[in-house]
Write a protein that binds this ligand. Sequence first.
Ligand SMILES: Nc1ncnc2c1ncn2[C@@H]1O[C@H](COP(=O)(O)OP(=O)(O)OP(=O)(O)O)[C@@H](O)[C@H]1O
Length: 365
Amino acid sequence: MIEAVRLTKRFGARTAVDGLSFQVRPGVVTGFLGPNGSGKSTTMRMIVGLDRPTSGTVTVDGRPFRQTPNAARAVGALLDAKAVHGGRSARSHLLSLAQLSGIPASRVEEVLGVVGLRDVAGKRTRGFSLGMGQRLGIAAALLGDPRVLLFDEPVNGLDPEGIYWVRTLMKRLAAEGRTVLVSSHLMSEMAVTADHLLVIGRGRLLADMSVRAFIARNSADFARVRVADGEPAARERLAALIGGAGGETLPEPDGALRVTGLPLPRVSDLAHEAGVRLWELSPHHASLEEAYMRMTQPMVDHRSTDDELAGFAGEEPGWEPPTVPEVPQRGWYAPKPPAPAAERHGGGTTGAAGAAKATEEGDAR
Ligand SMILES: Nc1ncnc2c1ncn2[C@@H]1O[C@H](COP(=O)(O)OP(=O)(O)OP(=O)(O)O)[C@@H](O)[C@H]1O
């Protein structure tokens, strides 16, 4: 278990972590969320003794990290996947870490297999993609088979298959009874990976609860109601009735109404009494992303403004837009058919077959 008590870190005048108290329990995946600059990485760095708290304490299984015997085998962390010597191979990077912590070399081969890097283990990490670097960082965290694991943005740069793999790995590690703390900005991913959430904003704890409770407390469920197509007057009549009964409606892009403030059966009764035909009446639960945005909106430090340069393209003196040949579009967003094989390769059946395939794909969309 990880336990923080009034944990605080200041960098000069900036308070990065402000009196945080929480516990991260074993057996579940705990998601660590917060806007950019809210203090997640600083908290993780303090957990593993890389930053010293200005005040307060944080312990791992009852002791500060620096006092934990053989800490590298007790706690594994992926904090910065780029913190690897680019001239070393993945294998030699892991071997040197293993040697420093008294971990047998055979374990290196095991973790290389777990993260799917065996085939490239002899290659210099300089040439690694972002996703390969993440996998190597995860391998390093797993090396000592630790009971406590921290992952700062582990899915950063991973493709969908890699993201799915990380999700499964986190869940498996937690199911084995380990303590797993994982930060991410990918809300859809957190919603399916984490059981529990710690949410911080400007260094302070905003929420410490299950994912389900967090969504329930920070969002409003709603109903979608769609009247029969081609009956706009009925839609307006229903919207007015809902408003009169104390509900609120918002138009949805497909013509349906999003209703809040009234239970579903009440909406159904109103439609029935008014003789409005419905094609849809469905309950909806807000997503983790909606709940998170609602809670953290006031805590966001970095916001974009409208782009002053919007509309700039094409104004460069002498610039002409490229001419795009007119191509008839077939189907729904059908891609441009490939040029005839003869034009591209000087003839041949391969090109013709490829053209036929591309057209089939276009039709299928
Ligand atoms: N070494 C440092 N010196 C000065 N300020 C720092 C240092 N490390 C972090 N900070 C500041 O502390 C605050 C918290 O940063 P931190 O990296 O912990 O946030 P974060 O939640 O991990 O952000 P992100 O989601 O962008 O990774 C920021 O304002 C950051 O600029």
